[in-house]
Structures are given as structure tokens and as C-alpha cells.
Design a binder for this molecule. Structure first.
Ligand code: MLT
Length: 332
């Protein structure tokens, strides 16, 4: 059964079940617009939660950062003023630096890597660490694909081609340092300001997965795509730890199970949708370039300069080595 049919069947089941009048409805902040990974993860979570609780618990999605910018939603959930949030992993890293291991350039090299790491022992360690550091619990993982570079000025396939471009990055040290390793000074900016900045040409470009470029309608303000693979974007679904602790044991279990189901659905969603979305962006006029020499120059510059800079911040070189070896790769 495809993700879409599962979702539709799940919703139909819950409708048939009739949601009890006293159902608890939680607010779920979503950073991106409709049609992308974050919304799909949120819908899958709500469907699974309703199914597992017989409709006693449900959730309402607030798309497009309506409940605050992604980084602000972490603080809101930690202080108990927000229930759940779905955001890109790079926007959790400032609150829980060890999670940054997964945003180091060229660590995650495929969707299989992303699923293995997040659903395995390393993922569990990051969940525990995030509760301690940030007061939020990751209960599900969305998978968005590699962050590709978009810009409105010129095709980019070499590091040299980047010169002269003003590129927006999230307020994330690892990503800032990666662009510096490629020879340009990027512009850190909150997610919610990015569309307007691209539209008004305050910046020329940005990077995000195809799914996100589509969900945010960036094709309206960007022309060129470079098919980079430096970060595979993972989208954690977080719950306020204070809220989670206030639930009964049975409810906690239901929330965790719903998060697991949504994680599986998100992986299927990306496998089913990414190629179609990429084609759709091309049919809307975007042009895709492959990085020259199989991306070697981008990769060599970024890994050599960026990895060592962040060993201390992520909790030691051994944290990265643990991720690499658990993916069957050589330590750094
Ligand atoms: C960002 O670039 O800030 C995030 O990756 C945006 C997102 O959540 O999709």
C-alpha cells in the first residue's frame, strides 16, 4: 500500500470511528508550506495518533511558520507554550549541538543512511541528548532528501561558480562554515524571512531539498538548481517534554507509536514523491546542473575544513566516528 493510500485509508477509518467530543487536540507547528515532507509527516502522525487512541487524541497542523519561526518553536515547546513542532534538523542543532553531527557536510550520503542512523542506536542517543539539552523529545523523523542549491542568477556546477552569489543559510554554524570553505560568506537568516528575501533579491540563492523548494514555491523566485548532496535533510517531529511527561504511560506509548508510524510513512513518501517533484520543478522552468567531477571539489573542501572545526561542539571526534562506522565507513 502506498503512503498516500495508507494515509487516506487511515483518515477514513478515523472518520468512521467518530472523534469523541472530549478529544485532546494538540497544536503542531510546521515550518514549511503545503505539499512537502513536513506536512506529510504531520498528517501521518495525526492519522496514526487518532487511530491508536480511538480518536481520544488528535492534532492540528499550522503550516508556514504560523506558530513561529522554526528555531523559536523549539523554545516554545521547551517552555510548554507549544505542544509539537516539525522542523528541519539544522534548526534544532543550536539547542542540542550533538545533533549537529547529522548536519556535518557529506556524513549522510543516502536515504538509507538517514533512516539507519535516525532509527538506530545513534538516533536514540540524540533523542536522549535533545531532551536533556533542549527540553524537547524527538518522537519521529521526516526525510526530505538532499539540500540542493538554488539561485536566480546563473548555473553553478563548480565552487568557482559560487563566487559573487549571495546565499542565504539558516542560523547554523556548520552550514555557515561550509559555505566559507567553498569561498563565499553566506547570509544567515531565519527561515520565515527567506521567501521574501529571495523575491526582493536581498539574497540570490539558498539551499533546501527539492520537496521544500516545491512546498515553499521557490520556483517562482529562483531559476537554477545545483544538485548538491552535502546535507541530507532530516525533519524531526518534536514534542514538549513537559507535555510528554504530563501524559499517562499509555498515552505516552500511543504518542511514541504514532511517531514511529509517521517516520515509516515519511520514508515511503520521499521515495514515492521526490522524483516527481523534481520533474515538476523542471516543468515550471527551473534548470538543474550537476556538480562538476562528481562533486569532489565541494566534498573535499567541506570535509577537510568543517569536520575538525566542530569536533568539540558535537561532543568529540568520537561522536562523528561512531556515526561513520555505524554507516560502514572509515572513521574521520
Ligand atoms: C531552513 O533552511 O531553515 C530549513 O531547512 C527550512 C525547512 O524547515 O524546511
Amino acid at each position: 500500500m502506498t503512503f498516500m493510500t495508507r494515509l487516506l485509508t487511515g483518515s477514513a477509518l478515523v472518520l468512521a470511528m467518530a472523534i469523541p467530543a472530549a478529544a485532546k487536540e494538540y497544536r503542531i507547528a510546521v515550518g514549511d508550506g503545503a505539499g512537502g515532507t513536513q506536512e506529510a509527516l504531520g498528517k501521518a502522525f495525526v492519522a496514526a495518533l487518532e487511530e491508536k487512541t480511538g480518536g481520544e487524541m488528535t492534532g492540528k497542523l499550522f503550516l508556514n511558520g504560523q506558530l513561529g519561526d522554526e528555531q523559536d518553536t523549539v523554545t516554545a515547546a521547551a517552555t510548554g507554550t507549544l505542544d509539537f513542532s516539525i522542523l528541519a534538523i539544522n534548526n534544532i542543532t543550536p539547542f542540542s549541538p550533538s545533533v549537529g553531527t547529522l548536519t556535518l557536510p557529506y556524513v549522510i550520503l543516502s536515504q538509507d543512511d538517514a533512516e539507519a542512523i535516525t532509527q538506530g542506536e545513534v538516533g536514540q542517543q540524540m533523542i536522549d541528548q535533545t531532551i536533556e539539552d533542549a527540553g524537547v523529545r524527538i518522537i519521529g523523523w521526516g526525510y526530505s532528501g538532499f539540500r540542493v542549491l538554488t539561485n536566480s542568477k546563473q548555473p553553478v556546477s563548480t565552487v568557482e561558480d559560487l563566487k559573487g552569489l549571495v546565499v542565504r543559510v539558516p542560523k547554523n554554524e556548520i552550514m555557515i562554515e561550509t559555505y566559507k570553505a567553498w569561498g563565499i560568506n553566506p547570509t544567515p537568516m531565519a527561515w520565515g524571512e527567506t521567501f521574501a528575501a529571495l523575491q526582493q533579491k536581498v539574497v540570490d540563492g539558498q539551499d533546501n531539498p527539492y520537496m521544500t523548494v516545491y512546498a515553499m514555491k521557490f520556483d517562482e523566485v529562483q531559476k537554477y538548481i545545483t544538485d548538491l548532496h552535502y546535507i541530507f535533510s532530516i525533519e524531526p517531529l518534536i514534542v514538549s517534554e513537559a507535555l510528554f511527561e504530563s501524559l499517562s504511560e499509555e498515552e505516552q506509548q500511543q504518542v511514541l507509536e504514532a511517531g514511529k508510524q509517521a517516520t515509516q510513512d515519511s520514508a515511503a513518501f520521499l521515495r514515492e514523491e521526490e522524483a516527481k517533484i523534481r520533474e515538476e520543478l523542471v516543468s515550471r522552468g527551473m534548470e538543474i546542473s550537476a556538480p562538476a567531477n562528481d562533486e569532489k571539489e565541494f566534498m573535499d573542501l567541506a570535509t577537510a575544513a568543517v569536520w575538525p572545526k566542530f569536533y568539540d561542539q558535537i561532543g568529540g571526534k568520537e561522536v562523528l566516528d561512531n556515526v561513520l562506522t555505524s554507516l560502514g565507513r572509515e572513521p574521520a
